[in-house]
Design a protein. Structure first.
Length: 193
């Protein structure tokens, strides 16, 4: 019975999803112990051979609205040489951060601007996580430069300007939603261009 129910579960599934299909705790733990399923994190399992970053999977499952931001987003877009020790994750201010085993640095962003520049990337075949696009990531680096330093923001902007997709006018248009950054970004662009 558990094997049939297991076949109907997605590649990555939760303890609650398994219980809903009639798989008992005992059967679930037995499958984990004999290698029929892999444990990704507390209460999160996967079929053997899954591909994906376990930390991102845990974050995406526990906080479906999570978004990679700041240094993590800049690194994903190859706009920084920094390798973050923790995964920078943004949530809307109104949402509580979940407890995770994954090394996450949680940030609260304004609900009104949270979705500006937000896209998604796949974590597994069936699961995705949010990520800010390069322009939003640069704006956030300038907006939070008091925490991460101006050097990181400047380096990201310089690298972005060397890419074929760089459109300074689009960066300034997006910056208009974040008034504290508009002036410094405009001044920096004038200096660099």
């Amino acid at each position: 019975m558990a094997g049939i129910a297991l076949d109907t579960l997605p590649q990555v599934f939760t303890h609650a999803q398994a219980l809903a299909l009639g798989i008992s705790d005992r059967a679930l733990y037995e499958m984990r112990d004999n290698g029929t399923i892999d444990r990704i994190a507390r209460g999160i399992y996967a079929h053997p051979g899954f591909e994906g970053d376990p930390d991102l999977i845990e974050i995406a499952v526990r906080a479906p609205n999570a978004t990679l931001c700041l240094t993590s987003a800049l690194a994903h877009h190859d706009l920084t040489d920094h390798i973050p020790a923790q995964i920078d994750i943004a949530l809307p201010r109104t949402q509580r951060q979940p407890a995770t085993h994954a090394p996450a640095a949680w940030h609260r962003f304004d609900t009104d601007t949270y979705n500006i520049g937000r896209n998604t990337i796949p974590v597994t075949d069936e699961l995705s996580i949010g990520i800010y696009n390069p322009t939003r990531s640069i704006i956030d680096a300038y907006r939070l430069r008091h925490l991460y330093g101006t050097d990181q923001a400047l380096q990201a902007l310089k690298r972005w300007l060397r890419t074929p997709a760089a459109q300074p006018s689009a960066l300034l248009d997006t910056a208009e939603h974040f008034p504290t950054t508009t002036t410094i970004i405009r001044t920096t662009l004038q200096t660099l261009l």
